[in-house]
Write a protein that binds this ligand. Structure first.
Ligand SMILES: [Fe+2]
Length: 397
């Protein structure tokens, strides 16, 4: 609970300074400097402030590196800058019968837990799309074996170093395929994919999906299957992923078709940018149709420096598409496939794979498409193919 006090103190800075009569100043290189006795803040006041400001404090602020230091004047400093805990920390230490340093360490632990372990570190994400758990056995490989290879590939990537989230970029089956989908015949292979294979990922990892053009489920049904709305936002440390719905039209049809593209929801993106002002922003959608997309969307992407890039699936390719002036030359980065090769990929090889995205504390964004080692070629023959990396892109902001 001690972490709550820090959150509270941060929140107090935003809204209650005059009323509390505390000596709180914003520091140039830090969040806030506080030299205020903790008695200024009642438990009830803290609870209220936290409730009202937790989003603002946890998700909007640039989260600084956490470090505990004892200053010559015996005050304790938490944060990389000049954030003084002062009497609040001393009081808690006395109450808990531990040293100030020990109490400070407990605070850091609790704050990290509250932030979800996303502070003070470089972040790593996996993006995977067009996995198509369905009746077609591409390259002579049974769907179940291919799905298990997907689970193995994601797991091995996780085992190379902690992964903070897995983003799924659409097309988990062929549920509404125009050529004969499974759902109107009574089977949701998307549900089977989530229930059987996503749950088989052995390492705990948050999984965030968007719907593809083969998943025309109503929002209610989609939520029932995946636990998510068709569009939403994910905040982690200094990153914000705005998960968009490019096929939001003609949902819940009683006939099969391949999805109807809609322009992206600019109002929603703007509302998230306003709500969380200090983030590296990534737009994730099954598809960005350049020739159809609205001027308003393109202008937002071009003019908003926080939008770093876009991630899509759909065409089963892994290239990095630098969009041009109209889009501010922001890249649309394709997340490949784990089913059948698209048009751009080398046809002499299977490109079942996924993307890794790394976002550094120094502002570097880098990504690469990884094809894990496998032994299946498109003609069904088998030979060991070594892992390879494709579609690299990197930029320091
Ligand atoms: Fe697909």
């Amino acid at each position: 609970m001690n972490a709550i006090k820090i959150l509270c103190v941060l929140a107090v800075c935003a809204m209650c300074i005059p009323a509390m009569g505390a000596d709180i100043k914003a520091g140039p290189a830090t969040l806030f400097k506080i030299n205020s006795p903790s008695k200024d803040y009642s438990a009830a006041a803290r609870a209220k402030i936290i409730q009202e400001n937790i989003d603002k404090v946890l998700l909007s602020a640039e989260v600084p590196a956490l470090r505990l230091e004892e200053r010559p004047d015996k005050s304790m400093v938490l944060w990389s800058g000049n954030f003084k805990i002062g009497d609040v920390l001393k009081e808690d230490a006395a109450k808990n019968g531990v040293t100030v340093a020990e109490e400070g360490a407990n605070w850091i632990k609790a704050i990290k837990a509250a932030y979800g372990n996303y502070v003070n570190k470089n972040l790593k994400f996996i993006l995977s799309s067009d996995i198509h758990n369905c009746h077609i056995e591409w390259y002579g490989v049974s769907t179940d074996i291919r799905m298990r290879q997907w689970v193995k590939a994601i797991t091995m990537e996780q085992n190379r170093g902690k992964t903070d989230a897995l983003f799924l970029v659409g097309d988990y089956a062929l549920d509404y395929w125009f050529n004969g989908g499974s759902y109107n015949k009574g089977t949701s292979n998307t549900k089977a994919f989530f229930d059987k294979y996503v749950k088989a990922l052995p390492n705990a990892i948050p999984v965030y999906p968007v719907a593809g053009n083969h998943e025309q489920y109503t929002n209610a049904k989609w939520k029932e299957i995946t636990g998510f709305d068709r569009f939403y936002t994910v905040n982690m440390g200094n990153c914000m992923f705005i998960m968009l719905d490019a096929f939001a039209d003609e949902l819940g049809p009683d006939y099969d078709h391949d999805g109807k593209y809609v322009n992206h929801n600019v109002a929603y993106i703007k509302s998230m940018l306003a709500k969380y002002p200090a983030k590296n922003v990534f737009l994730v959608s099954h598809w960005f149709e350049k020739s159809k997309e609205s001027d308003e969307f393109k202008q937002l992407v071009a003019s908003e420096p926080r939008i770093r890039c876009m991630f899509c699936g759909h065409d089963h390719n892994y290239q990095v598409d630098i969009t041009g002036d109209e889009w501010g030359n922001k890249p649309i980065i394709h997340t490949g496939e784990f089913s059948y090769a698209g048009a751009v990929e080398a046809k002499d090889d299977v490109c079942w794979g996924y993307r890794v995205l790394r976002v550094g504390m120094d502002g570097t964004v880098s990504t690469e498409y990884v094809v894990p080692a496998h032994n299946v070629l498109p003609d069904g023959t088998r030979k060991l193919v070594p892992e390879k990396t494709l579609g690299k892109w990197s930029k320091k902001y």
